[in-house]
Ligand binder design. Structure first.
Ligand SMILES: Nc1ncnc2c1ncn2[C@@H]1O[C@H](COP(=O)(O)OP(=O)(O)OP(=O)(O)O)[C@@H](O)[C@H]1O
Ligand SMILES: [Mg+2]
Length: 230
């Protein structure tokens, strides 16, 4: 396993990507390059295709046209679709998606168990990830015993614990109140800089995008309409 504090990241290259649902074009000829270790924010109105693009990156959908590479490796095209669990990614969603019957530590350990990491190593890595998100004292609790902000921190710890090459975020802060959103946004920005993982961050919030990302792509009706550095 790589060292949590020294991930060298992997560039993401998206070329000519299109997708449709039942004949309806949802993404049209998307080209994007996310340099290794940087964060790209995807901004745009509801229904413009942000989550669809993220699902294509995650391997939850297969593109109709175009290609996605992580570094030299082809992840997806009309004829190739690497499974999500083989993409070396971590994901954080709006609704946390924690397993309610598992403790905080068990939730965070799950990606390591999937990768058959030995118990002692698992324990060390879970402790480290919980420490990083400020939840070292909460390892034994159930998600139902945590606030929304704490639950999202658990989801974040789970996303980083296996040291993925790519992190994908779909509006992770939008269920939280404004004050908490600002605090967590600052913490995530710091964490992303420390880990230098390549990340794609979907949001409606321009301020969040500016604080977290080095580049912002604005989307409208399935296309990238503007791309700039923060
Ligand atoms: N599984 C699906 N089947 C059919 N249409 C879908 C499916 N998923 C998304 N769509 C449609 O594709 C378009 C883009 O949806 P998407 O979820 O990517 O938007 P979004 O930019 O993430 O919006 P929001 O900001 O509301 O989350 C929308 O018109 C949506 O209705
Ligand atoms: Mg969405």
């Amino acid at each position: 396993m790589r060292n949590l504090s020294a991930n060298d990241g992997t560039p993401i290259v998206i070329s000519g990507l299109s997708h449709q649902f039942g004949g309806k074009r949802v993404l049209e000829d998307i080209h994007l390059h996310v340099p290794a270790g940087t964060t790209l924010a995807l901004l745009g109105p509801s229904g413009c295709g942000k989550s669809t693009l993220l699902k294509l990156l995650a391997g939850l959908l297969q593109p109709a046209r175009g290609e996605i590479h992580f570094g030299p490796r082809l992840m997806a095209s009309h004829s190739v679709c690497i499974l999500p669990e083989q993409r070396d990614i971590g994901m954080v969603f709006q609704d946390y998606a924690l397993w309610p019957h598992m403790s905080v530590a068990q939730n965070v350990a799950f990606p390591l168990r999937m990768r058959r990491v030995a118990r002692a190593e698992r324990r060390l890595r879970v402790d480290n990830a919980l420490e990083r998100v400020g939840l070292a004292a909460f390892a034994g609790r159930k998600p139902s015993e945590l606030s929304g902000g704490q639950q999202q921190r658990v989801a974040l710890a789970r996303a980083i614990v296996a040291e993925p090459r790519v992190l994908l975020f779909d509006e992770p802060l939008s269920n939280l109140d404004r004050e908490l959103r600002e605090t967590l946004c600052g913490e995530m920005a710091r964490l992303l800089r420390q880990l230098s993982i390549t990340a794609v961050y979907v949001t409606h919030d321009r301020g969040e995008a500016q604080q977290l990302a080095q580049h912002i792509a604005h989307m409208a009706q399935g296309r990238i309409v503007n791309y700039h550095a923060t």
